[in-house]
Design a protein around this ligand. Structure first.
Ligand SMILES: Cc1cc2nc3c(=O)[nH]c(=O)nc-3n(C[C@H](O)[C@H](O)[C@H](O)COP(=O)(O)OP(=O)(O)OC[C@H]3O[C@@H](n4cnc5c(N)ncnc54)[C@H](O)[C@@H]3O)c2cc1C
Length: 284
């Protein structure tokens, strides 16, 4: 069983995030994407978990299938939202029994409009403890380079992240568009006494329409200089895409040059952008 902390201690990791498909067409797209990304030999891949709704069971099946059938190491995301402790223990025990070694423990966001019970755990750090109580897992957590929207201020956010990461093995960040956000996060965690690996999350911007969605999703400003570059070419989708890939590649280079332990790509179940960036980086 491959454990992500072992991979991180032996060189840069290059990893991909997928979500469980909801339709047969989306399933076919993901299957194609997995085939296209396999030659890049990702250190691991991860599968998101929908807080509430029908994709929950699919996360389990997809993680187990990827591990068994593709030779890639798949990590399962899991969230506190809407679950009792007994639910969560049951889910984690199934992963343990299926030979899954890595879990990303998250607070979770209930989907808009969903009527979900609050759940028995409030914060991801509690889920880290629960996962460890069920089995010998490698446990990752989320980190937010620009503070989490529910945090009252940056210092409080950093303190909670440090406390959580101190109990976990590694973190993966929310996406961001300027490298200094990542380095400031890592530095403040070190100042708080935590130097576990923090893998930056990368989201290539491939359309102007995506800008608004992204800023809403992460509750922070999309950099003005980046938006201006995209707006200059907004009538030409290929040029917009090229700018997005170029900026994502520059960001990846700065992060690796500055000591990031790897790169985690939010693929949105597509392979092209990730493959293009990978080809330009040629990571070791
Ligand atoms: C790499 C990555 C993958 C993700 N995958 C998924 C997914 O698969 N499914 C999904 O639904 N969501 C996913 N998310 C989104 C995530 O669930 C949300 O960002 C969520 O709002 C917060 O999750 P968290 O794990 O950071 O929560 P927490 O660590 O619980 O933090 C949430 C808020 O509570 C505060 N806090 C933490 N601990 C305490 C404490 N002890 N006392 C007081 N306040 C505290 C934090 O500062 C923060 O403001 C992912 C995010 C990332 C970065």
């Amino acid at each position: 069983m491959t454990r992500i902390p072992d991979l991180l201690s032996s060189g840069h990791t290059f990893s991909f995030e997928f979500f469980p498909p909801r339709t047969p067409e989306a399933e076919a797209t993901l299957e194609r994407t997995l085939v296209e990304l396999a030659p890049l030999h990702p250190a691991f891949v991860s599968v998101t978990y929908g807080a509430g709704g029908s994709t929950r069971e699919r996360t389990h099946d997809l993680v187990v299938d990827i591990n068994r059938m593709t030779g890639m190491t798949a990590m399962a995301h899991l969230t506190c939202v809407g679950h009792t402790c007994a639910d969560l223990e049951g889910i984690v025990a199934r992963y343990r029994d299926a030979g899954i070694a890595n879990i990303l423990a998250l607070g979770g966001d209930p989907p808009a409009g969903a009527e979900l019970p609050p759940g028995e755990l409030t914060y991801a750090v509690e889920l880290v403890r629960l996962v460890r109580s069920v089995g010998d897992f490698a446990v990752g957590v989320a980190a937010h380079p620009e503070p989490h929207p529910r945090s009252p201020d940056l210092a409080t956010d950093r303190r909670h992240t440090a406390e959580k990461l101190a109990e976990a093995d590694f973190a993966i960040t929310q996406f961001f568009f300027e490298a200094h956000h990542y380095f400031e996060l890592v530095e403040s965690l070190r100042d708080l006494g935590v130097d576990k690996p923090v893998i930056p999350g990368i989201m290539p911007v491939l359309s102007v329409g995506a800008i608004k969605r992204m800023t809403e999703m992460q509750g922070s400003d999309f950099p003005g200089w980046f938006e201006a570059r995209l707006r200059e070419v907004e009538d030409d989708p290929d040029a917009v895409r090229a700018v997005g890939i170029e900026e994502a590649t520059k960001l990846c280079r700065s992060l690796l040059d500055g000591g990031a332990p790897g790169l985690h790509f939010y693929t949105l179940n597509r392979s092209t952008a990730t493959r293009e960036i990978h080809a330009q980086l040629d990571p070791a």
